[in-house]
Ligand binder design. Structure first.
Ligand SMILES: [Zn+2]
Length: 160
């Protein structure tokens, strides 16, 4: 699926689904200049683990990312294109073994529903390069109640 279609589908889903979080709807509406690279180029730029998650929608094993224990003030950016996706203020320990956040940076995440498991889940991607980041659930903490469950290998941390 092209990035444009991905966004268009996200928009359709967001407007059709009452459960879609407000931040996600805003995210799909904001303009981010896309980064488009060939599959070969992505393979050259990314580590095999990054490629598997970002470009093939893989999931890293839980409790393997050093970012689980990252507690400094700073920004978590996309490992594919450096777009800031999460601020450290929204990070929390969900106990799942993956870096978790209760909100993303507005306009920098795009979502869609996937059926890789038997039940529908809301996948989110980097709005700039389309790289798969993780899934968002509604069992997160206040103030949003959302849990962005992110693959650590798909992120880089930039200290403030
Ligand atoms: Zn990206």
């Amino acid at each position: 699926m092209t990035r444009r279609r991905f966004i268009a589908r996200s928009l359709a889903l967001a407007s059709a689904t009452a459960a879609a979080p407000r931040a996600v709807v805003a995210a799909t509406l904001a303009a981010v200049v896309p980064v488009v690279r060939s599959d070969d180029e992505w393979k050259r730029r990314l580590t095999p683990a990054q490629y598997r998650v970002l470009r093939q929608q893989g999931t890293e094993p839980p409790f393997t990312s050093p970012l689980n224990d990252e507690k400094r003030v700073g920004t978590f950016v996309c490992a594919g294109c450096d777009l800031p996706l999460f601020g450290s203020r929204t990070k929390y320990d969900s106990g799942t073994g993956w870096p978790s956040f209760w909100d993303g940076i507005a306009g920098h995440l795009a979502t869609r529903t996937d059926y890789l498991l038997l039940w529908p889940r809301t996948e989110y991607r980097c709005a700039r390069c389309g790289g798969h980041q993780g899934h968002v659930f509604t069992d997160g903490p206040p103030p949003t109640g959302m849990r962005y469950c992110n693959n650590g290998v798909a992120l880089k941390f930039v200290p403030a």
